[in-house]
Design a binder for this molecule. Structure first.
Ligand code: PLP
Length: 359
């Protein structure tokens, strides 16, 4: 197979070395005489994998000891309900920043459990800008503040961390492990795995210990963080294969030099692509420069009639899954950790050639 660069927003591209390792290990894991998919999650082999993967993630993100790391299911979307259920702790109000499609979904879910105070709203600018934090209207009686550091669809990413006197909750599905984060500033960080961690079926939840154990009465046992925390994420059968893939990604990330090294590469990839867009009249990106995402780069063609030709020619050049989300239109290049600089360089050359021929 020729080298293909996959710009899918998620499930997304995996590093080739990790895919090859998965292939090598597929039939027999360790000395288990069976595939990792066929062994008990409570056996020695899997328990060792589980412990090592958690330690690797702790190392990669410098997660303090007073935080639990949970390996859950249900995607980031299940966290949209688990967060209010676990964090309201008798309060009736929660603060939510509305900066895009995913925060909107989180808000809709929270409204089933409490009064949501929308403390900032980017809808007026079609999710292309973020209000200065000074202007946010935080309700101090709120149980927590929820925000989405990177909005995957519009490509809108915070360049600051909100500072509040209540637990800060972040949906990091499309930005986790892409740049350094001070975990101690957060009450809860969660992320579906299929963007920057591995494959779908696994959700990582990093939660400060004192926030565990206050779940609202009569909620599903599986939705109580305490159930997972007290059972090392093995109250029931976890997603063993996605967990295994995550373990291999964490090892790969460590080999690359960890998160600081990835952040450097990611910053350069984003710079290359935005520069190419800004230097041309043929391509455009509407997001305020300060808040442009490092991970998801949407761009429009000046002539929309050329969209399908662009996608067709791109695919012929081994650049796939560039179609933008239907709510934004145009194109979107998702350039998570697994996308090398070379993939972005090839895309930029293609964009320039396409403009020469069709601009
Ligand atoms: C993809 C995505 C989600 C949805 O994740 P699921 O795992 O499909 O539930 C939520 N939030 C953000 C920021 C995302 O990028």
């Amino acid at each position: 197979m020729s080298q293909v660069y996959n710009f899918s927003a998620g499930p997304a591209m995996l590093p080739k070395q990790v895919l090859q390792l998965m292939q090598q290990e597929l039939l027999e894991y360790n000395k288990a005489r069976a595939s990792v998919m066929e062994i008990s999650h409570r056996g020695a082999d899997f328990m060792e994998l589980a412990q090592k993967s958690e330690q690797d993630l702790r190392d990669l993100m410098n997660i303090p000891d007073n935080y639990k790391v949970l390996f859950m299911q249900g995607g980031a979307s299940a966290q949209f309900s688990m967060v209010p259920i676990n964090l309201l702790r008798g309060k009736t109000i929660a603060n939510y920043a509305h900066t895009g499609h995913w925060s909107k979904k989180a808000i809709a879910e929270a409204q089933r459990y409490c009064d949501v105070n929308i403390c900032t709203d980017s809808l007026e600018n079609q999710y292309t800008n973020i209000e200065d934090f000074d202007s946010w209207k935080i309700n101090q009686s709120g149980a927590y503040l929820h925000y989405t550091p990177n909005e995957t669809i519009a490509g809108l990413e915070f360049d600051y961390v909100p500072e509040v006197d209540m637990p800060l909750v972040a949906d990091m599905s499309s930005t986790i492990l892409s740049r350094e984060v001070d975990v101690s500033k957060y009450g809860v960080i969660y992320a579906g795995a299929q963007k920057n961690i591995g494959i779908s079926g696994l959700t990582i939840v990093i939660v400060e210990q004192s926030l565990i154990g206050h779940v609202v009465a009569n909620q599903p046992i599986l939705f109580d963080y305490a159930t997972q925390a007290n059972n090392d994420s093995m109250y029931n059968t976890p997603s063993t294969y996605p967990w295994y893939v995550a373990s291999r990604i964490f090892e790969w990330l460590k080999d690359q030099g960890g998160v600081p090294a990835m952040a450097k590469i990611n910053a350069q990839k984003a710079k290359t692509l935005y520069q190419a867009i800004d230097e041309s009249d043929f391509y455009s990106n509407p997001v305020a420069k300060k808040y442009r995402s490092w991970m998801n780069v949407p761009f429009l063609l000046a002539n929309e009639d050329l969209n399908s030709l662009f996608l067709q020619k791109a695919a012929e050049n081994n650049l796939i899954t560039l179609k933008g989300h239907r709510s934004v239109g145009g194109m979107r290049a998702s350039i998570y950790n697994a996308m090398p600089q070379e993939g972005v360089d090839v895309l930029v050359r293609f964009m320039q050639d396409f403009e020469k021929e069709n601009g």
